[in-house]
Design a binder for this molecule. Structure first.
Ligand code: PLP
Length: 363
């Protein structure tokens, strides 16, 4: 891999990390190494233990997050790998609102008598700090999906460490460009690389990044990944790395678009609440109940009604359409993943649909 100075800015890292060395006839991009096995005698040996294309992606994301990275077949493979490390009967503190797959995995482990889950409001820092006392693992997602609550990672991480607990942050929404949890005290960062890192809605991929002072944990995770086979696809890691080359531009543009829409959304008669964590490009709006939200997502031509987020294209969905979503999320909450299109085109499409919602209320 090309040798990079540690002082480079994130934009430069996104563009240059994980490339072959600058030597005659080396390709600029890492090749897609389609191989189930490798010539014996080296570090890799077999396709489940490692792959040069995975390594290039892992090098780039590890540098952006400030730790050592392992890629997984999906974000959920990364999430469940970490939860599986928790000892029998140990307590996991986690947000009451978080990605439903993570919450469901905690509930599943609890139902099978493996762990105890203690769900908290992550914006209530004092309550989270108090909960840390009994925890083996403190799971944070910040901002949360889809409530967009923000945790005080630094304070919570200090309290968790005081209690001897590990701290994990799901950094999918913020990306390492807007938040670096390891620098704030986290031991582990999790990503659904399916979202912003890949950025084009064409990949399922996950990642775990381990803080530099957790070398043993990295070895444990590497060993587990080899044993469980929760390994990434080679083409997927290549696509994700290609997507990451423009991460800074996409995040910057999507965030600017989201911020340009905020005031307009707040002023619209069909919108009763706008939730925005202050950074990033996910905005949740609340309209007048299930029917209004279902109408809104059917009426646009540019905004795509689809789950997932973090792609170049703007997508949105009513989260409570999923039976597994927390009941404390309003029926009329629509989570919007603002893309990188022209913001005036986005607003024209969205405001027409919102006008339709208002009209349906006042026929
Ligand atoms: N974490 C967050 C915050 C997510 O939004 C998601 C998926 O939506 C995941 C984890 C799971 O990732 P994947 O769908 O790649 O398995």
């Amino acid at each position: 891999m090309a040798d990079l100075s540690p002082s480079l800015s994130p934009a430069t890292v996104a563009v240059t990390a994980g490339r072959p060395p600058h030597e005659p006839d080396q390709p600029l991009n890492v090749p897609i190494a389609m191989a189930s096995t490798f010539v014996a005698g080296g570090d890799r040996e077999y396709g489940r233990y490692g792959n040069p294309t995975w390594s290039a992606f892992e090098d780039a994301l590890g540098r952006l997050e400030g730790g050592r990275c392992l890629a997984y077949s999906s974000g959920m493979a990364a999430v469940t790998t970490i939860l599986d490390l928790v000892g029998h009967d140990a307590t996991v503190v986690a947000p009451r609102h978080a990605y439903q797959g993570s919450i469901m995995s905690l509930a599943d482990l609890e139902a099978r008598g493996r762990i105890k889950a203690h769900l908290v409001d992550i914006e209530d820092t004092a309550a989270v700090v108090a909960a840390c006392a009994d925890a083996a693992l403190v799971w944070l997602e910040s901002p949360t999906n889809p409530a967009l609550e923000v945790a005080d990672i630094e304070t919570i991480a200090a309290a968790a460490h005081e209690a001897g607990a590990y701290v994990v942050v799901d950094n999918t929404f913020a990306t390492p460009l807007l938040q670096q949890p390891i620098a704030l005290g986290a031991d582990i960062v999790v990503h659904s690389a399916t979202k912003y890192l890949s950025g084009h809605s064409d990949v399922l991929l996950g990642a775990i990044v381990v803080a530099p002072d957790q070398a043993e944990l990295y070895d444990v995770l590497l060993n587990r990944r080899s044993l469980t086979g929760s390994t990434p696809g080679t083409f997927e890691t290549w696509l994700a790395l290609r997507g990451m080359r423009t991460l800074h531009l996409r995040v910057e543009r999507a965030q600017a678009n989201a911020q340009a829409l905020l005031a307009r959304l707040e002023e619209h008669a069909a919108v009763s609440e706008v939730r925005y964590p202050g950074f990033g490009a996910i905005v949740s709006i609340v309209v007048d109940g299930e029917l209004a939200a279902d109408l809104l997502v059917r009426k646009t031509k540019l905004w795509v009604h689809a789950t997932s987020l973090g792609g170049v294209e703007s997508t949105f969905e009513r989260r409570r359409r999923w039976k597994t979503e927390a009941k404390t999320i309003p029926e009329g909450l629509v989570r919007m993943s603002v893309g990188i299109e022209d913001v005036e085109d986005l607003w024209a499409d969205l405001s027409t649909a919102l006008d339709g919602v208002t009209a349906s209320r006042n026929p």
